[in-house]
Ligand binder design. Structure first.
Ligand code: EPZ
Length: 426
């Protein structure tokens, strides 16, 4: 298993480019199931989860071409024939977001067999709201040896109020509704930019959608959708991770090719911590403003402070003067990074959903273990300011959602390299 070796102490200086958003690309790739025509997606990030999605779609009979040439990060997907509308457990167990094919599959073919996604490090991650919505749209759902099988002649539009705000739940049912008979009205929807990005693709494919990006979405079902070409949004979580990297190292970093309007909560919080931020049209510059000041965060659905930035912010809070509280409202177990940060010298205590960080504490290099995607990013950020050389194990978690992470950081002065297993292949 690959490891990272990170020597702390260098301020990050220069320009770092943001890739396309994994959490936009995944639903948009699934949306190609809704048509027999070709769908072309640009600005696709070269990350493990995208490769997993390619395997998943191909296993169902889709033709998927994935190119990462210098000039292009593009995928061509054609689901002319879906010979095997099954999301197999071997693939689903490696990526929960596979459940995003459920809505499109049943809308397009009238049948879907999807392995029930297990939980993951950060929580149980149920999909009961996806299922409840599809049943309200007329699907019959049975459970069969760990698989969920959904059937219908044709989905019917429904009025659905989500019990909880769910990003992929909103995306799954939005895709299903585009081919349902009649109108669907969804309330208490997720407002994340990834939902809006998906709706833009679906509209380009001929779907009739109003209100994406707000809590209420209205869809008029149509009988067919056609192909389209769409450029995926920049990844706001990758951009946010780099902003914190610039802040924690006391550098001067220009985070380029991003969408600043998706970063409002984080930018406002960093300014409260005393960080200097200059916002451009497609870039954000972060500079040290002297000693970091402690400040509390509570994760909320968009446009609140994103749960996917909580672990990264906690690393920054260890370097701020004073006490910061970090409250995680979205997932029940998203403090896996805390014990590793404590092993590096951080002073953090947990009570229920709130971690209390007492700073500033110098961090020491150590051998640490990555547990999930964003916890891994948090440990890299801590290692960038730790004294000495930190070894991070199981960086395959990080490879799921960050494209060329170590190369991008090295390009702005970080001392970070990847180390393959002594006996492992590259
Ligand atoms: C999406 O996950 C993202 N993944 C996550 O990013 C992100 O953390 C999360 O949204 C919250 O913003 C993708 O988009 C692929 P939810 P999702 O459904 O949709 C509960 C990353 O790091 N819930 O919005 O699975 C759920 O347990 C990943 O890139 C139900 O109870 O999250 C959670 O407590 C991690 N029943 C809350 O809702 C359901 O049917 C929000 O989950 C669905 C969700």
């Amino acid at each position: 298993m690959d490891k990272f070796v990170v020597r702390g102490g260098n301020p990050l200086l220069g320009t770092i480019k943001v890739s396309g958003a994994k959490n936009s690309a995944l639903p948009c790739m699934a949306a190609a199931i809704l048509t027999e025509d070709e769908v072309i997606l640009e600005n696709i990030p070269q990350v493990r989860d995208i490769e997993t999605e390619r395997k998943l779609l191909t296993s169902m009979g889709a033709e998927v071409e994935l190119g990462y040439g210098r000039a292009q990060h593009r995928t061509h997907i054609k689901c002319a024939i879906l010979s095997d509308p099954v999301a197999k457990y071997e693939i689903v167990k490696t990526m929960r977001a596979s459940s995003l094919v459920l809505g499109p599959l049943i809308a397009r073919t009238g049948i879907a067999r999807v392995a029930m996604p297990g939980g993951c490090a950060i929580g149980g991650r149920p999909i009961d709201l996806h299922i409840k919505g599809l049943e309200a749209m007329g699907a019959t759902i049975v459970y069969d040896h760990g698989y969920l099988e959904a059937r219908t002649d044709r989905l019917k539009g429904a009025h659905i109020v989500f019990d909880k705000i769910t990003v992929t739940g909103t995306e799954d049912l939005l895709m299903a509704a585009t081919l349902a008979e009649g109108e669907s009205l969804f309330e208490n929807c997720a407002r994340e930019p990834e939902v809006t990005d998906l709706a833009a693709l679906l509209t380009a494919m001929g779907a009739k959608i109003e209100g994406a990006g707000t809590g209420t979405i209205r869809v008029q079902g149509v009988s067919k959708l056609h192909g389209a070409r769409h450029r995926i949004n920049p990844d706001r979580i990758e951009a946010g991770t780099f902003l914190i990297a610039g802040a924690i190292t006391g550098g001067d970093l220009n985070v380029d090719c991003c969408e600043p309007k998706h970063l409002g909560a984080l930018i406002s919080k960093l300014e409260q911590c005393g960080v200097k931020i200059d916002v451009g049209t497609d870039h954000v510059r972060v500079r040290s403003g002297g000693e970091l000041k402690a400040s509390d965060i509570t994760t909320e659905e968009y446009p609140g402070f994103p749960t996917d930035m909580q672990a990264q912010y906690m690393a920054l809070a260890t370097q701020a003067e004073g006490t910061s509280t970090v409250t995680e409202n979205i997932f029940e177990n998203r403090f896996m990074h805390v014990q590793e940060l404590i092993r590096m010298g951080a002073n953090i205590t947990i009570s229920g959903r709130t971690a209390t960080v007492r700073g500033k504490t110098p961090l020491q290099s150590a051998a640490v273990m990555c547990s999930d995607l964003r916890a891994s990013a948090s440990l890299v950020l801590a290692a960038l300011v730790a004294d000495g050389e930190t070894i991070l194990d199981r960086v395959y978690h990080l490879d799921r959602g960050y494209e060329h992470f170590e190369e991008k950081l090295r390009g702005v002065g970080a001392q970070i390299r990847r180390m393959g297993d002594v006996f492992g292949k590259k």
